[in-house]
Write a protein that binds this ligand. Structure first.
Ligand code: IPE
Ligand code: IPE
Ligand code: MG
Length: 253
């Protein structure tokens, strides 16, 4: 959706922004605080960024909150993260309803502790009717686990006659992924200076634009988001075509 800003620069608002919220631990360490204080601050930032995203008209926001690999962290940090997840879901529930935001999850949440899973499922259920804005939490998410789960369900459907290998297309297979009814991310942001994917949305990111910033997640604010969106706007997404083809397409519209 092109919008004109005051200086007449065309800003293309992405439909789906995904963020790898990294750097909570370093944010806390820089201040001589325990890592969990960084996670608390990072959790507070979720509401602020959700507000900015809504204001800008970005319809899907996906946040990488806990990876399948994060279980390898010290048990006390994992337990504290699960308690924070419960606390933030309870704290933000009214706000999600007020803002008419649908909450979704990608990842296997069946193995989360009940104290976190139950409020999460309730929030997902009670916001399912909202269609304008979607907040997707990637929780116990890993792209490789997602593909394995999809391949298992697909094989099962073939075995029971509900799918046929001859007809397999990307469109059909992608319906077995957690993201089956969501658009692919247009822009993926990673904070904290790391420039790796860490098993996040590997297939859905096939044509996403990546934006890496050294800003730590608790410090990532609306100004930082606007910087990312502005840079996204300046990129030419060619999807395999030539720049000339893209230019003639936009001349025609
Ligand atoms: C991201 O911050 C939050 C989670 C992975 C849960 P980190 O905890 O990874 O922060 P750093 O990378 O140690 O600074
Ligand atoms: C990726 O961050 C996962 C989340 C932000 C939830 P990590 O901090 O766990 O990633 P690595 O281990 O540095 O790659
Ligand atoms: Mg990290």
């Amino acid at each position: 959706m092109p919008n004109s800003s005051s200086c007449d620069v065309q800003v293309h608002i992405p439909r789906h922004v995904a963020i790898i919220m990294d750097g909570n631990g370093r944010w806390a360490r820089k201040r001589g605080l325990a890592r969990i204080k960084g996670h608390e601050k990072g959790g507070e930032n979720v509401l602020a960024i959700l507000e900015s995203v809504q204001k800008l008209g970005i319809r899907y926001l996906t946040l990488y909150a806990f990876s399948v690999e994060n279980w390898k962290r010290p048990a006390d940090e994992v337990a504290a993260l699960m308690l924070l997840l419960e606390a933030y879901i309870n704290r933000y529930f009214d706000e999600l309803v007020k803002r008419r935001v649908r909450l979704r999850v990608i990842g296997n949440i069946n193995v989360l502790p009940d104290h976190a899973r139950v409020p999460l499922e309730r929030a997902i259920h009670e916001t399912a009717r909202f269609t304008g804005q979607t907040l997707v939490l990637a929780l116990n998410y890993g792209a490789r686990s997602e593909v394995l789960e999809a391949a298992r369900s697909y094989a099962n459907d073939v075995a029971t006659g509900h799918a046929s290998t001859d007809e397999l297309s990307w469109d059909k297979f992608s319906r077995y992924l957690y993201t089956r009814d969501m658009p692919d991310p247009d822009l993926i942001i990673r904070t904290s200076g790391e420039t790796r994917l860490s098993n996040f949305l590997l297939l859905q990111a096939a044509y996403a634009e990546w934006y890496f910033t050294s800003v730590l997640w608790p410090d990532f604010d609306e100004v930082q988001l606007l910087k990312a969106i502005t840079e996204f706007s300046l990129r030419e997404r060619r999807f395999g075509r030539t720049g000339e083809q893209i230019a003639s397409q936009s001349d025609a519209t």
